[in-house]
Design a protein around this ligand. Structure first.
Ligand code: ADP
Length: 495
C-alpha cells in the first residue's frame, strides 16, 4: 500500500468509524458529522496540535445504496471474516475524499440490507458486526496502523468490546486506544443476541451494567472504550439523570471520569447564505436586507399570506417523537388569535405525518405540510422563514438550530441538550440568538411562541437577534481542536 503519511514526522493515526457519512450517504446528523469532522481534523495546523499532524481516515460500510457511479473506488484487499458457521468474505475498497483516504467495506451481510438502517434488528446487527470484525482485521493487516479508533454510536460500539475482551484475536492492535461518541443514547443496538452468537461474541459480564443491557452493543462499548464523548457538553451532563439516561444513568455514573462533551459543528461552506446557490438571493450579516427576497419567494412558492407582519414559522426534522413535532401541532391551533403561518417539513412516523396533514387541512390559509425529505427545500426554508421551531424532547446536539441561526432564522427551542449550548436567550443583555422554553410541553412552547411573535413585531430587536446568530461561529474549528486534544491524550497513553 502506498502510504504517503508514513513519512511524516510522527502523525497521530486515527481511523474514524461511522455507519453513514456525507457525501457518500446521509440519513441524519451522524452523516453530517462523519462527513465534515475528519476534514476539519485534517486541516488543523500542526502548530495547534503539539506539532503533530492528525492523519485521520474514514471507514464506512459499502452500503448498496452508495452510488458506484458517483464515487469511484478501487478494490484494495479481500480476506475472510471468521464467524461460528464458517468464513464470510470481506472486500475493502478505497477512495479519496478531499485528500482523506476513505475505506468502504463490502460483504454479503452489508449487501443484505438495502438501506443504511433496515427494519430488522438482526439483519442490522449482522451487518454492523461483520463491518466491525472486517475493519479490525483490516487494521491488523494494514501497513498504516491506527493508534486511535474513533467509534460512533451502537453500530461500531462492539470494537472496544472486542479489543478488550478478545485481545488475543488482535495482537497487532494491542496498544490501540478507543474513543466512542454517543450521538443518540436511546439507540443501543438491542435485539441482536443471535448475531452476537453467530460471531462468537458473548454478552458483557460487567456487573455495573444493568442486566437487560449486557447484550446491547452500545452499553458493551461504553463499558470498554478508553474514552466516551457526547456531541454537546449539556447532553453529557444530562446523561446522568433519570430523564435522559435511558436506564443507564447508574452505570454511566461509574464511568463518569471518562465521559466528556464536545459540541458538533456544521459545514460552514455548505451552509453559507452568502454563497448558497439553492436560495433565491444570497445575503449576509452585512447585507441582511436581501434576505427578505428569499422570504417573498418562499411565501409565493407556498401560496401563503405575503403580509410581512405575519411571521413565517418552520419546522424541519424527522417525524419522530424525539423531535416534538406533536407539541407544535398542539400549540398552533391554541394560538389562532396570534399572527403566524407555518411550513412543516419532515418524514418518518406515519401517525405524525398524518397529524401534520390534518393541521394543514384544518388551516389551509396558514399551514403547509411537506411530507418528505427535501434537502434543497430545506435551504430555502432556512433562508426565508422568520423562525424555526425545535420542540425536541431530548437533543444530543442538534444541527438545525445552528444552520438556522447562520441564515438569520431565529430558533424557538426546548431547553434540552445541545440546544442550550448553542442558543442564547438573554433579552435583557441584547445577546439573544433565540427563545428557549422548558419543559418540552405544548403549553410552554405556546408561551415561547407568543414571546417570539411579540419580539418579531419589534423590528430593531429582531434584527439584532438575527445578527447575533449570524455572527456566531458554528464551524468545526473549535470542536475539532478539542477532539485533537483528546487524541493527543490518548496517543500519549498508548505509548
Ligand atoms: P437528527 O440528526 O437527530 O435528525 P439534527 O438536527 O442533528 O437532527 O440534523 C438534521 C439534519 O437533517 C439537518 O441537516 C436538517 O436540515 C436535515 N433534515 C431533517 N429533516 C429534513 C427534511 N425533511 N428535509 C431536508 N432536510 C432535513
Amino acid at each position: 500500500m502506498n502510504e504517503p503519511s508514513e513519512n511524516l514526522n510522527n502523525p497521530i493515526r486515527v481511523l474514524f468509524f461511522a455507519a453513514e457519512a456525507e457525501p457518500f450517504i446521509k440519513v441524519g446528523g451522524l452523516g453530517d458529522v462523519a462527513g465534515s469532522l475528519p476534514l476539519a481534523l485534517r486541516s488543523i495546523p500542526q502548530s495547534e496540535s503539539d506539532g503533530k499532524q492528525i492523519d485521520v481516515r474514514l471507514i464506512i460500510p459499502y452500503h448498496p445504496i452508495i452510488s458506484r457511479e458517483t464515487f469511484k473506488t478501487s478494490l484494495i484487499e479481500r480476506f475472510p471474516v471468521q464467524a461460528r458457521s464458517g468464513r464470510i468474505n470481506a472486500a475493502i475498497y478505497q477512495t479519496i475524499l478531499e485528500g482523506i483516504p476513505v475505506y468502504l467495506i463490502d460483504g454479503a451481510p452489508v449487501r443484505a440490507v438495502k438501506t443504511v438502517y433496515g427494519q430488522k434488528p438482526l439483519l442490522d446487527g449482522e451487518k454492523f458486526l461483520f463491518f466491525c470484525k472486517a475493519a479490525l482485521e483490516f487494521c491488523g493487516r494494514s501497513a498504516w496502523k491506527p493508534v486511535i479508533l474513533h467509534l460512533n454510536d451502537w453500530h461500531t460500539a462492539v470494537i472496544p468490546y472486542l479489543l478488550k475482551t478478545q485481545p488475543q484475536g488482535y495482537p497487532d492492535l494491542f496498544n490501540t486506544r478507543t474513543i466512542l461518541t454517543i450521538h443518540n443514547l436511546p439507540f443501543m443496538g438491542a435485539g441482536i443476541e443471535e448475531s452476537l452468537h453467530k460471531y462468537g461474541i458473548p454478552p458483557s459480564e460487567n456487573i455495573d451494567l444493568p442486566t437487560w443491557s449486557r447484550s446491547f452493543l452500545l452499553p458493551m462499548g461504553l463499558s470498554t472504550a478508553n474514552r466516551v464523548t457526547t456531541v454537546s457538553p449539556n447532553y453529557s451532563s444530562e446523561l446522568f439523570t433519570e430523564g435522559f439516561g435511558c436506564g443507564l444513568q447508574g452505570f454511566l455514573e461509574t464511568i463518569r471520569s471518562k465521559i466528556s462533551g464536545i459540541l458538533n459543528g456544521i459545514d460552514t461552506q455548505v451552509w453559507d447564505p452568502s454563497t448558497d446557490r439553492l436560495i433565491s438571493v444570497p445575503f449576509s450579516a452585512d447585507a441582511l436586507s436581501a434576505r427578505s427576497r428569499n422570504r417573498e419567494a418562499l411565501i409565493q412558492e407556498f401560496k401563503l399570506d405575503p403580509d410581512p407582519a405575519i411571521p413565517l414559522l418552520t419546522f424541519i426534522g424527522r417525524m419522530d417523537i424525539q423531535k416534538g413535532v406533536d407539541l407544535l401541532l398542539e400549540s398552533l391551533p391554541a394560538m389562532i388569535d396570534q399572527p403566524w403561518q407555518a411550513i412543516i417539513i419532515g418524514a418518518g412516523s406515519e401517525e405524525l405525518e398524518n397529524k401534520c396533514r390534518d393541521l394543514e387541512a384544518k388551516h389551509p390559509d396558514r399551514v403547509r405540510a411537506v411530507i418528505r425529505y427535501d434537502a434543497d427545500l430545506s435551504h430555502r426554508l432556512y433562508a426565508g422563514s422568520d423562525m424555526i421551531v425545535i420542540p425536541s424532547r431530548y437533543e444530543p446536539c442538534g444541527l438545525v438550530q445552528m444552520i438556522a441561526m447562520r441564515y438569520g432564522c431565529i430558533p424557538v427551542a426546548s431547553a434540552v441538550g445541545g440546544l442550550v449550548d448553542t442558543i442564547t436567550d438573554h433579552p435583557e443583555k441584547e445577546e439573544s440568538t433565540g427563545f428557549l422554553f422548558s419543559p418540552p410541553q405544548s403549553l410552554s412552547l405556546k408561551t415561547a411562541l407568543i414571546r417570539a411573535i411579540t419580539t418579531y413585531s419589534q423590528t430593531r430587536t429582531w434584527k439584532k437577534m438575527q445578527l447575533n446568530g449570524m455572527r456566531k461561529d458554528f464551524s468545526w474549528k473549535a470542536s475539532a481542536l478539542e477532539y485533537a486534544r483528546l487524541y493527543l491524550d490518548e496517543f500519549q497513553a498508548a505509548k
